[in-house]
Design a protein around this ligand. Sequence first.
Ligand code: BTN
Length: 251
Amino acid sequence: QTVLSQLYHINNVEVISVIDSTNQYLLNNIDKLNSGDTCLAEYQQAGRGRRGGKWFSPFGTNLYLSMYWRLEQGPAAAMGLSLVVGIVIAETLIQFGCGDVKVKWPNDLYINDRKLAGILVEMTGKTGDVAHIVIGAGINISMKSDPLSVINQHWTSLYQEGIVVDRNEFSAAVIENLRHALTIFEIQGMAPFLPRWHVLDNFLNKPVKLIIGEREVFGIERGINEFGALLLEHEGEVKAWVGGEISLRAA
Ligand code: BTN
């Protein structure tokens, strides 16, 4: 079991032992940050998931990472940015031997229908202004069990999949790959990432349903567009869907 260390060969990374939430920590310090600044923790007392959920964050076993990014394009571009984060983490996992990883729109990482990692993007900044973005990623590395059944979904970890990684090497690679990809995204937008998404997309050309509040829409998933919206073919027509309240399921 590796202990997270200061990753001396890469700059602007802070490693913390115990924190409420690495996302909250960066949000609290947002005025002092530069794009790419990162913090990692061994344990989160109040790890946050999407839609107000909690993120189970046991000590020393997983990766809890947050990175700040200043987005000149403003909050509207954040959707695309969060998809890029999913792509980069999936590709880094593949680089470390995890060949079966897939992305599920908007940005969950799955192996054989079990969740390996989740991404939570939070931001400050008004429409039209520069967006100050905190990208949070929780990646299950060597978690072996969930004795209290805190996790209310099918989950897995690299350990459960028979993959051993050095957490320091893996986190350094994730950080470097993210910084590189987000620099490209800032200049070129989603275009360079669309083919990369399609390779990893769990549901591409498969029957799915979208759940939007009380409503369900069935169709065939046709990937994403240049804004990061989900493309769904329904009654012969392809429509783009965006919004944090939509969930995607197999149908
Ligand atoms: C999800 O619900 O799938 C998103 C989970 C995101 C968890 C990460 S762990 C590091 C960062 N800090 C948090 O409090 N949450 C994110």
